[in-house]
Design a protein around this ligand. Structure first.
Ligand code: HEM
Length: 258
């Protein structure tokens, strides 16, 4: 009499999903890893020392986990938050006052702070272990862009509560864009873009203006930061994280101590 487990494993439905028997020996394990969509994302084998917690600090993994927390809580927050002068601040207060949603906002905020800390620690670990050296130098460069995107996510998210702290912090922060080389109207080489005696880079056309959508922080800025924070930067980060992981695999897996 076959057991229930055997009946299930021999059924057409089970076999259509799982094409191979249980991976009990090495050969079958490899086949299962390579033919299952979710498992094929993982390497078939890894160096034991390379995944030791004392070596990686798991900081890349924790950063990725926090990115996922941010994505899920961020999407849920989008159901309740409206990025307009009329509603932004009121919606944030409502999120705080409605207890179950209040914790949602706190989760999003604290995970964001934590992600900034863990991404720095991850970079520090990669530096300490010399894992930026060939063949991993390109992944280091991707990492630098990921670091910038993480900081930009924090920066753009800071404006959304639309309270005094947010407005003045972004006013001060975005003033730095004035000093962008070439593209900031007070920055170095700004005069290079002077065509026929006319300045191309002015207060109304420089990098700061592009960021704010206006001369001063206002409704255009809120709209711009909302789109950057919820769509553009997360998409760019997700794409780069996928390439980052793919490169870890192609560069021979996580480096290991010599
Ligand atoms: C959103 C940001 C990031 C995420 C989610 C992320 C994730 C990861 C993960 C999961 C690994 C596998 C090994 C480990 O966990 O330590 C890794 C490896 C690596 N990361 Fe990142 N990373 C990020 C940012 C960075 C930054 C800022 C740098 C450096 C500027 C960087 C450079 C590298 C390099 C060179 C490796 C290969 C290390 C090795 O083989 O030992 N990453 N990353």
């Amino acid at each position: 009499m076959p057991s229930i487990g055997e009946i299930v494993r021999n059924s057409q439905i089970w076999k259509s999903v799982f094409r191979h028997p249980a991976p009990l020996d090495r050969r079958n394990r490899i086949v299962v890893m390579l033919t299952n969509f979710f498992l094929h994302l993982h390497p078939v084998s890894v160096k034991k020392q390379g995944i030791a917690l004392s070596y990686t600090w798991c900081m890349g993994g924790v950063t990725f986990f926090l990115f996922l927390v941010e994505t899920v809580t961020g999407v849920l927050l989008m159901f309740y938050y409206r990025p307009t002068l009329e509603w932004a601040y009121a919606d944030i207060l409502a999120l705080r006052d409605v207890a179950s949603l209040g914790i949602l906002r706190e989760l999003h905020r604290w995970a964001a702070h934590a992600m900034v800390i863990t991404v720095w620690l991850h970079m520090y670990r990669v530096f300490l272990t010399g894992s930026y050296k060939p063949p991993r130098e390109f992944n280091w460069v991707i990492g630098v862009v990921l670091l910038l995107l993480t900081l930009l996510l924090s920066f753009t998210g800071y404006l959304l509560p639309w309270d005094q702290l947010a407005i003045w912090a972004i006013t001060v922060g975005s003033n730095m864009a004035r000093a962008t080389p070439l593209l900031g109207y007070e920055g170095p080489f700004q005069a290079v873009l002077n065509v026929g005696g006319v300045d191309m880079i002015t207060q109304g056309s420089d990098a700061r203006f592009g960021l704010l959508g206006a001369r001063f922080v206002g409704e255009e800025t809120l709209n711009r930061f909302y789109v950057l924070h919820c769509v553009a930067i997360p998409l760019a980060a997700a794409l780069l994280i996928a390439i980052h992981f793919w490169r870890v695999r192609k560069d021979g897996g996580i480096s290991a101590p010599l």
